[in-house]
Design a protein around this ligand. Structure first.
Ligand code: 1GP
Length: 261
């Protein structure tokens, strides 16, 4: 298992897992910023350039994954290129076993809690678990909950989308996740969504789950929106589409400024 440390900040050079590293950032800064790179959206070299610029902008970790075409040699080469360029944890964000890779430091070991398809609830996880062990990838247990509009991942994952105006339904799923022992909950509006998860829903979920960590992503395109999500209770913000459109460092700086103490 890979161990990580917050450079120069932990006096005794104590090694941390990626999860402990993220927890430490949330404790220190109030919230973490995660940059999502879809290996299918650009060449490995371009992905590494995005990661380097995101790192310079102050992002805390690089998530790698996507709903379609995000595996195989391209995933391999993308991870290797990113790791050559940046000294940040790489976290897989797989949609099935094809999204696993031995070059990543950690993965969000997710169950798509509001899927109607049993394969997204437990089958892909069961088939992938032996590979996770074999590759030595650190699994971070996470409930993945898709909120309307849901986008591609909502369709691929056959999610029974949580309506935006029903925070109590998101709370119910998130609480179930907590009681099942998951340490992280991800509220996902879908990559490129026209609206991000409503702050009122984030607030209701965070109040319910307490010290269980809350990640929010999908449709966050500016610092104001990111800041509203963090203020409502998100422990980590994920942005992907925004950095695919260029001007990476400036955009990440804007997100980071908006969410951190
Ligand atoms: C998608 O939540 C992430 O899984 C990021 O969404 O691409 O809209 O930033 P965006």
């Amino acid at each position: 298992m890979w161990l990580w440390r917050i450079a120069n900040e932990i006096q005794d050079e104590q090694a941390l897992t990626v999860e402990a590293h993220l927890n430490e950032i949330v404790r220190r800064d109030g919230a973490a910023h995660l940059t999502l790179i879809d290996p299918d959206s650009q060449s490995p070299e371009a992905a590494a350039k995005i990661a380097a610029e995101a790192s310079a902008g102050g992002t805390d970790a690089i998530m790698v994954g996507g709903s379609t075409g995000a595996g195989g040699t391209k995933l391999d080469q993308t991870l290797l290129a990113i790791k050559e360029q940046v000294d940040l944890p790489t976290i897989l964000f797989p949609s099935d076993t094809g999204g696993l890779n031995k070059h990543a430091d950690a993965m969000f070991f997710m169950t798509l809690l509001n899927s109607r398809d049993v394969t997204y609830l437990i089958t892909h996880q069961a088939l992938g678990a032996p590979l996770v062990k074999k590759y030595g990838i650190e699994p971070i247990p996470m409930a993945y909950i898709i909120i309307a509009p849901g986008g591609t991942v909502g369709w691929v994952g056959d999610a029974k989308l949580i309506p935006r105006e029903k925070p109590e339904l998101a709370v119910a799923y998130a609480l179930a996740a907590k009681y099942l022992g998951m340490r992280w909950v991800y509220l996902e509006a879908g990559s490129g969504a026209d609206k991000s998860v409503p702050p009122i829903m984030i607030k209701a979920v965070k109040e319910a789950i307490g010290d269980t960590k809350l990640i929010v992503g999908g449709g966050i395109r500016d610092g104001v929106t990111a800041g509203q999500c963090a203020k409502a209770g998100a422990d980590a913000i994920v942005t992907g589409t925004a950095v695919e459109e260029g001007d990476v460092q400036t955009k990440i700086e804007e997100f980071v400024r908006a969410i951190k103490k």
